[in-house]
Design a protein around this ligand. Sequence first.
Ligand code: B16
Ligand code: MG
Length: 221
Amino acid sequence: MQYKGIIFDLDGVICHTDKYHYMAWKQIADEIGVYFDEAINDRLRGVSRMESLEIILEQYQGNMTEEEKQKLSEKKNNIYRNLLCQMSPKDVSEEVAETLNELKRRNIGIAIGSSSKNARFILEKIGLLEIFDAISDGNNISRSKPAPEVFLKAAEYLGCKPGQCLVVEDARSGIDAAIAGGFPCAGLGDAAAYEKTDYPIHKFSDIFSLAADGNWQESGF
Ligand code: B16
Ligand code: MG
């Protein structure tokens, strides 16, 4: 099989915003008197904002209307976006920056496939808004990971079929989404330990070792 493109998850693969998600959700959880810790925060990886709130509310004793939930998720997002303002190109490792540049040099199409509605804001902060050939994020989908929609859109934007694109993910929900969409997938971090991941990798530049067996095809980007 030859790949024409790579679709990267954003949070946890290109950069790390989990600490900001944690700080923002912790503030909300404290406000409504709900227990929240880093283990619960880990379950929010790759999951949409409203689904994240539902996971946090598993510990909530009372009843909450949809309107109240909406207000809480907006409040969390405002806190989160304020925290994101401190991000800069320094939040991208040299390894990530060099690998992306090299993939571009090899004419491999590169795209973002993120559940986040803040993906473009984050990419702008870290100086990577221009490098990607396509961005599919929480704003162009109706169902987030583990549904495959975000990756199917990214492949469509790249002009590739799912089987021609490799998905790189850090979350199990993202690996499930890749598999559901018919994409081969590489997993970092948590996803490297997941039995469904096709190619467990331990560092970002290991993507090149997948290319060593001639899996790549110039896409003309
Ligand atoms: P937002 P990814 C995901 O991004 C995060 O992993 C997840 O924790 C977050 O809840 C989700 O985006 C939605 O983010 O509130 O910014 O729309 O990993 O798919 O790049
Ligand atoms: Mg992620």
